[in-house]
Design a protein around this ligand. Structure first.
Ligand code: HEM
Ligand code: HEM
Length: 223
């Protein structure tokens, strides 16, 4: 079964493409994380009152699924290596791109975990729900001394804010690099992360071809 899955995913990666599973993970999580950044700031700027609590509940309900998606995506990524594409021979740019991907994965885990810790360490934590429907447990902090809980809260809050600021720094670099590779270098990197549209003349045709040659030599795709 896993061999068949790998072979299926390889049929995309040899063409410099992410598989539909990798593409779905990418765009769903990118959307959720961007939403969370906007909603997180909206929440923290909302004056104290009923709406603020509701806003935090929405923030945690949307944030917790990111933790489960991160686990599933990480497992998938360990099993299915990413494709080799035109941008894989760009020296420091390749190193920087890979480093940013690691930062993203750290944030996918670190943000929901620090949020969960924050939520569990407040004096009377309200209930948590995954996606707003499935009950999610609190971390077992209720027997800890109040002072220690405040310290845990402070540390988790700093981690949460630091990760958000890091994302605010690297997301524009990531998007900018994707657009530069696509429009300036004419590399296949962005196309590999977009859903595949079958060729108009042959619906069974696999690889998309832009009709343009990349500015740099095409790398032979690997597994
Ligand atoms: C990828 C997921 C997440 C992102 C991108 C995110 C983002 C943010 C942002 C932008 C803020 C405002 C930061 C500020 O005011 O400086 C924030 C605050 C907060 N988040 Fe999240 N968050 C995520 C997940 C979660 C989860 C799952 C929970 C709870 C279970 C949570 C709980 C909180 C809390 C309690 C605050 C208020 C902290 C404060 O007042 O400084 N977050 N988050
Ligand atoms: C308009 C927005 C975005 C565009 C155009 C974009 C484009 C891309 C492209 C082209 C790749 C493939 C890079 C390569 O293989 O060298 C990629 C990978 C990746 N992107 Fe984005 N991205 C966007 C937003 C985001 C956001 C907001 C996040 C995270 C919060 C994100 C996280 C990732 C990760 C983790 C990978 C590595 C994929 C893997 O191997 O698991 N992206 N992105």
């Amino acid at each position: 079964m896993s061999e068949r899955l790998r072979a299926w995913a390889r049929s995309y990666s040899v063409r410099g493409r992410y598989s539909p599973v990798g593409i779905a993970f990418h765009w769903i999580m990118a959307f959720l994380v961007l939403f969370q950044i906007g909603w997180g700031y909206y929440t923290s700027w909302t004056p104290a009152g009923g709406d603020k609590l509701l806003a935090y509940q929405v923030h945690s309900a949307v944030g917790l699924p990111i933790l489960l998606l991160a686990l599933a995506r990480f497992g998938w990524r360990l099993m299915i290596p990413g494709p080799h594409n035109d941008a894989d021979t760009q020296g420091w740019q390749t190193v920087a791109a890979n480093a940013i991907h690691y930062v993203f994965y750290a944030a996918f885990f670190g943000l929901p975990l620090s949020g969960w810790v924050m939520w569990s360490s407040i004096a009377e934590p309200g209930p948590l729900y995954l996606a707003g429907v499935i009950p999610w447990p609190q971390l077992p902090f209720e027997y800890l001394p109040l002072e220690l809980r405040w310290r845990i809260m402070g540390t988790a809050e700093s981690v949460h804010q630091l990760l958000v600021l890091t994302l605010l720094g690297v997301i524009p670099l990531h998007i900018g690099a994707a657009l530069k590779h696509h429009f300036w270098d004419r590399h296949d990197v962005l196309r590999g992360m977009l859903p595949e549209i079958p060729d108009a003349e042959d619906p069974r045709a696999g690889p998309q071809h832009s009709g343009r040659e990349p500015r740099t030599a095409r790398v032979t795709a690997g597994g």
